[in-house]
Write a protein that binds this ligand. Structure first.
Ligand code: GAP
Length: 519
């Protein structure tokens, strides 16, 4: 774990050093859990958005996009249940004065028992070799069974406590399992309390309570309240989807792990409206679609897993998370929820406006059901960045060894696609390099660099994940050929300047990625 912590610390430092992510208002010592994206970060972020948006909106005849306001009528959040129930159970440690989410402490304890089981399995697999029967082992090994029993007990007690809104029972789990403050080791806990995560502010100059509005904690509600506008103006027929990318705000109790849990973040959400009774079919459909979207990036299928919820929210009849193996373990990256007709019905009731669908074929009106896919853009950014960070040893031509730090970002998402270097800063080489830059800049985000040796320039581009570098030398002025160097293989080849556009687009065109998503 310590090693993984080290890698994570290096990643955070790297993200700053190379202009991906800065702490917000850093000159004032920063603002907790709020971050700014730098010159490279914004490019990577935009590319992730493009991949998501095109896969949703351009690739589906029946999905359209919107961009709704962050501020919404306060009744929205009463209707959605956020005013009354968007709470996390918090607990304070009296000695360390640190604040925690009680549910997270319990989840981490459960994970500890799971780690013990995994260790037993790994040990036995090594001991028995080929003849190891994992299923049988899990069913019969006493230590595994004892740990599994604890996991089941915690899960059952936790689910019951949450269902009954019983905060004392949640605290009792923490006491019974002797869960300690991860920082100080103290077990001196306060009672568990509910904490609402919405930020509020006032609209205009009025100070009374009627003017209180919220910064949206999810983008989904902007879609629900526009359901009828889009359905009518777009003449949409069920099933159809509305997609949106935008900022969301949550006053998280504990905001740790860099951009994993932030107080201001971005979501990419899609609500898919379907006929009641067909929602489970669409839930499965979107589970498959979304995992395909992730897998197409080639980060490794073993790094993802589904985690079905033990307890679904009151508005849902099925929910799963796509988890990714971050440097700090498997954690939620995306949620897929079958939200029934809860949201539309709630808005109908609170607004007194009919939010239904007239089905021509059935000749009847009804409230559609909804399947939602919701992914945090910043969390996806962290997925890509943490997976890309690679320290490798390379052997140079003279046989000596060298450390190379390379961001193996999927090339479609790389912030800079092509770095252009004149070998030296004179003899007409910079002019030739600029000529190439000016030709290619319309289609690719290029970077021109003329400082330092070519080797150093390669290293700098490796560190930001640039898939291609080209070097213009004296020979180029005569034969119109340049050296093209590839990031991952470090292979270099001579190519014609006229072929550059074709060679690069054949590799980085997002169309290649989108085609992989087709059924
Ligand atoms: N509309 C459904 C919804 O908002 P959620 O599970 O609360 O569901 C969806 O959030 C996704 O948004 C999460 O899977 C995660 O990727 C991202 N997310 C949620 N809270 C976040 C936070 N504080 N910081 C960064 N990303 C967050």
């Amino acid at each position: 774990m310590a090693k993984q912590d080290d890698v994570f610390k290096k990643l955070v430092a790297h993200a700053k050093e190379y202009g991906f992510i800065f702490q917000s208002s850093e000159i004032y010592d920063g603002l907790s859990a709020v971050y700014d994206y730098g010159q490279k970060g914004v490019e990577l972020k935009n590319n992730i958005k493009e991949y998501w948006w095109k896969s949703m909106v351009y690739m589906h005849e029946n999905i359209v996009g919107i961009d709704s306001a962050i501020f919404m009528h306060p009744k929205t959040w009463k209707a959605s249940g956020h005013v009354d129930a968007f709470n996390d159970p918090l607990i304070d440690n009296k000695d360390s004065k640190k604040r925690y989410r009680a549910d997270v402490l319990i989840e981490e304890q459960r994970e500890k028992f799971q780690v013990k089981i995994n260790k037993e399995v790994a040990k036995a697999a090594k001991r028995f070799g080929e003849s190891f029967d994992k299923e049988e082992f899990l069913k019969t090994n006493q230590r595994v069974l004892a740990n599994q029993a604890k996991i089941d007990e915690i899960t059952n007690r936790y689910v019951t406590a949450m269902e009954n809104d019983d905060l004392n029972a949640i605290k009792q789990i923490i006491l019974d399992y002797e869960i300690a403050d991860p920082v100080s080791g103290s077990r001196n806990w306060t009672d568990v309390r509910q904490f609402n995560l919405m930020f509020d502010t006032r609209l205009g100059s009025v100070t009374d309570d009627a003017a209180k509005i919220y910064l949206r904690p999810e983008t989904a509600q902007g879609i629900f309240v526009n359901y009828l506008n889009v359905q009518k103006t777009g003449r949409m027929k069920l099933p159809f989807g509305i997609a949106q990318i935008g900022k969301a705000f949550r006053n998280e109790i504990v905001a740790r792990q860099f951009i994993f849990r932030m107080r201001e973040f971005e979501q990419m959400e899609m609500q898919f409206f379907v006929q009641p009774g067909t929602e489970m079919k669409w839930f499965e459909y979107w589970k498959n679609k979304r995992i395909k979207w992730h897998n197409a990036l080639g980060l490794g299928e073993e790094k993802y897993r589904f985690h079905d919820h033990d307890k679904v929210a009151h508005y849902a009849n099925a929910a799963t998370d796509i988890e990714f193996e971050f440097p700090f373990g498997f954690k939620e990256l995306e949620g897929i929820h079958s939200r029934t007709d809860f949201d539309l019905k709630q808005h109908q009731e609170h607004s007194n406006k009919k939010l239904q669908y007239f089905d021509n074929e059935k000749n009847e009106s009804y409230t559609p059901y909804v399947v939602e896919t919701s992914i945090g853009l910043d969390r996806m950014f962290l997925t890509v960045l943490s997976n890309a960070y690679t320290e490798e040893e390379i052997i140079k031509e003279n046989g000596s060894k060298e450390q190379r730090l390379v961001l193996k970002i999927p090339i479609f998402l790389a912030p800079i696609k092509l770095a252009i270097f004149p070998l030296i800063k004179k003899d007409g080489l910079p002019e030739k390099a600029h000529e190439i830059y000016n030709k290619l800049k319309y289609d690719f985000n290029c970077e021109y660099e003329e400082k330092d040796t070519i080797g150093r320039r390669y290293r700098r581009q490796d560190a930001i994940g640039t898939p291609f570098c080209i070097t213009i030398d004296h020979q180029s002025l005569e034969d119109n050929m340049v050296t093209l160097r590839e990031r991952d293989t470090m292979k270099q080849e001579r190519v014609a300047i006229d072929d550059l556009h074709k060679i690069v687009s054949q590799r980085i065109d997002m169309k290649i990625l989108l085609k992989e998503l087709e059924d």
